[in-house]
Write a protein that binds this ligand. Structure first.
Ligand SMILES: C[S@@+](CC[C@H](N)C(=O)[O-])C[C@H]1O[C@@H](n2cnc3c(N)ncnc32)[C@H](O)[C@@H]1O
Length: 242
């Protein structure tokens, strides 16, 4: 299941396993959404940190300790582990692939044992992200380009229904935002940030090595990630139809 296995310094430092690149076509679970999966690849810790700093400056309506961090496509859990170091009310990692879920759970156990968890609650849920109900609490959703446009559209449609009746506080952080146009075309979301977020030198070197080792050379690496941050602003009052 490995495409180019090079150990990232994050794993060496913390004794976890989040390295490597697994092409989407190898991520089988039996779910109809398997074929829409992009790949497994852990987020660069420097990109994650820069985005969280940026997000915190955006005056979210709720405090971090009242907010749920939802990692949509958690993989082996690198983003989740980093989020668990913040004092979120809850960190939830949603992952479709059972083999990755097992690895993520082992990583989380190590993270806890090392005393790195600050969040009140952390859990990994196996299954399709679209089927998971949006938490009825202020939420920041983190998407590191987990799937293609059709699944992103389904996810946003489902969330729109929940947001209309529930808490309606949702921010979305989108890394490697290949499906940016889907969000642009979804009424109710406003973009608060769009730009390139640089990798640290150490992350750039590690990611470059991982990409260079791919047998089929289908994914590219660069020194930055194209990212965006969106906030749900609601649909407002619709005009009554005549
Ligand atoms: C690029 S990885 C991101 C890993 C993690 N978020 C991080 O940043 O370290 C994307 C992950 O999304 C998962 N995925 C793809 N489609 C999914 C779906 N429909 N529901 C849940 N997870 C999915 C893949 O299995 C893969 O592990």
């Amino acid at each position: 299941m490995k495409d180019g296995y090079t150990v990232h310094p994050f794993d060496e430092k913390f004794g976890v396993r989040t390295s490597g690149l697994i092409a989407g076509r190898h991520l089988k679970s039996g779910h109809r959404h398997d074929r829409h999966s992009t790949a497994y690849f852990g987020v660069a810790p420097s990109v994650f940190a820069a985005l969280m700093r940026r997000w915190r400056r955006l005056d979210a309506a709720a405090r971090v300790e009242e907010t749920v961090f939802l990692d949509v496509g958690a993989g082996m859990g690198r983003a989740m582990l980093l989020a668990a170091e913040m004092n979120f009310k809850e960190v939830v990692g949603l992952e479709l692939n059972p083999a990755l879920v097992r690895i993520a759970r082992r990583n989380l156990a190590r993270w806890r044992a090392a005393g790195r968890v600050e969040a009140e609650k952390v859990r990994i849920v196996e299954g399709d992200a679209v089927e998971f109900p949006l938490p009825d609490a202020p939420t920041v959703a983190f998407l590191f380009n987990p799937f293609d446009g059709p699944v992103l559209k389904r996810l946003l449609k489902k969330w729109e229904g929940a947001l209309a009746s529930g808490t309606n506080l949702l921010d979305l952080i989108y890394v490697n935002n290949e499906q940016e146009s889907v969000l642009r075309d979804t009424a109710g979301f406003t973009r608060l940030f769009l730009g390139k977020v640089a990798r640290s030198r150490a992350d750039a070197i590690a990611d470059y090595k991982i990409m260079a080792n791919q047998p089929e050379g289908e994914y590219e690496s660069s020194n930055f990630e194209d990212c965006s941050i969106w906030r749900w602003k609601g649909l407002g009052k619709r005009k009554p139809s005549r």
